[in-house]
Write a protein that binds this ligand. Structure first.
Ligand code: GDP
Ligand code: IMO
Ligand code: MG
Length: 419
């Protein structure tokens, strides 16, 4: 694909996360000048395979593995400084340049403190007593966003100066939980190491655009986990949809001219919450094993299901995708038939519906109506796409009104085709 000069392109997940955003961003980053994370935190796990080696990025933008581009973490991200520093070191140890010239961290990004992680775990324990556990990643992401909304969370700017940070904590002593003298000292050491990377990323991104550079925004999670438009309350704590991504970086929204929605050819969900598409065993186990559907961050087995076209149609209206990247169709190769959800049946009324459920009760009361297409024995050979897979793509395009622009048929960089 050609990224546009002086404009931004956005890669966002259209399901419940783990669609393969990391792979796509890595592929696109070859021609990008600056790749930026704009929301989320280290609840994200983006897997990239380079020369047979698997690398998982959490806070680091996935462009870091393409040597010609710079990367940045925008103001909309919540950062656990310990995790970020460890990730910098891990990637440096693999032989990639991670320097203050190449990685920029926004001074306005909020910080995840030990307090936020403890609170995340405590809230989950409380919720589990009423079977309302969200199944968070336990990284403190939700409490850190809540703390930001309360205007109490320190930002990268505030932790860069030990006196300032101590004063900040003294003014809000509850934030000191889990920060004993030793951990606080370690915190200062980590902050000092990160200091050279801390900048005004909004200025860097806008300069890149005004100089004709190619900007790539890397979304985390997926639209069905969006705090406003997902299966609330079983969602993450940030807005993920396209309209919010420019705000997580600080660029004008009209500079985002390409919006690539990433979907798996089937669906997965990790954590709790309604999932009408979910399949049961033995098909579910087979799909999970074939697709290696275990969480990149927590290792939890992902629930699996057919592709939900009803949800995708709604999300395409909200997100305005200009193209679809469809991943992992190779996992379905060999299945006699492949399902797609084209309507729901409301168990309360026994009637079919094609709208996107509004409340958790609605979600819990719909069951999928599945249409099947003929399966494919391979996705593509010598750049020729299997005819049954073409039919599958056409069905998606017609249903949701967005063209597919990229198909991926393997985790490696080379296993994909721009259409
Ligand atoms: P992300 O969070 O959206 O970046 O996705 P994850 O990295 O959490 O999960 C996607 C998984 O699918 C990773 O293990 C990828 O290596 C893998 N993957 C990506 N694209 C493909 C593909 O087309 N085929 C196969 N078989 N695996 C893929
Ligand atoms: P990537 O970027 C899949 C899910 C968690 C849980 C819910 C809330 O790799 O696609 P949180 O820790 O955010 O408060 O958890 O959101 N979740 C993800 N699921 N992929 C992710 O990121 C996720 N990030 C959060 O499992 O259900
Ligand atoms: Mg992931």
């Amino acid at each position: 694909m050609n990224l546009k000069c002086g404009a931004a392109s956005l890669v966002i997940g259209m399901q419940y996360g783990d669609e393969g955003k990391g792979k796509l961003v890595d592929v696109l980053a070859e021609e990008a000048d600056l790749v930026c994370r704009v929301q989320g935190g280290n609840n994200a796990g983006h897997t990239i395979w380079v020369d047979g080696k698997k690398i998982i990025t959490q806070l680091m933008p996935s462009g870091i593995l393409q040597k010609n581009c710079r990367v940045a973490i925008g103001a909309g991200v919540v950062i656990d400084p310990f995790v970020l520093l460890a990730e910098i070191k891990k990637i440096q140890a693999l032989g990639y340049e991670v320097s203050p010239e190449r990685l920029h961290i926004d001074c306005r990004a909020s910080v995840i403190l030990p307090y936020h992680k403890l609170l995340d775990q405590k809230r989950e324990l409380e919720r589990s007593k009423n079977s309302e556990k969200i199944g968070t990643t336990g990284k403190g992401v939700g409490p850190a966003y809540a703390s930001r909304a309360y205007r109490e969370a320190p930002r990268m700017a505030e932790i860069s100066n030990p006196t300032q940070f101590k004063n900040w904590l003294d003014a809000q002593p509850h934030l000191k939980e889990g920060l004993d003298a030793q951990v606080l000292n370690e915190f200062f050491e980590v902050a000092a190491e990160l200091l050279p990377y801390i900048k005004d990323v909004a200025v860097i991104a806008n300069n890149c655009l005004s100089q004709g550079g190619k900007l790539l925004l890397e979304g985390a999670q997926g639209a069905m986990l969006d705090v406003s438009f997902g299966t609330y309350p079983f969602v993450t704590s940030s807005n993920l949809i396209s309209g919010s991504c420019a705000g997580g970086l600080g660029i004008p929204p009209w500079k985002v001219t390409k919006i690539i929605g990433v979907i798996k050819a089937y669906s997965t969900r990790v954590g709790n919450g309604p999932y009408p598409a979910e399949l049961s065993d033995p098909l579910a186990s087979e799909l999970r094993t074939r697709g290696n559907e275990f969480g990149s961050v927590t290792g939890r087995p992902r629930s699996v299901g057919w592709l939900d076209l009803v949800a995708l149609r709604y999300l395409s209206i909200i997100n305005g995708m200009t193209g679809l990247a469809i991943m992992k169709a190779d996992v379905l190769a060999g299945f006699d038939r492949v399902g797609m959800i084209t309507a729901y049946k409301d168990k309360r009324t026994n009637k079919n519906r094609e709208d996107y459920p509004m409340t958790i009760q609605d979600w819990e009361n719909v069951e999928p109506i599945v249409e099947f297409v003929e399966g494919w024995s391979y996705v593509m050979k010598e750049n020729k796409v299997h005819k049954n897979y073409v039919q599958f793509l056409k069905k998606i395009e017609n249903f949701i009104g967005v063209p597919s622009i990229y198909i991926s048929a393997g985790a490696e960089r080379s296993a994909g085709l721009w259409l």
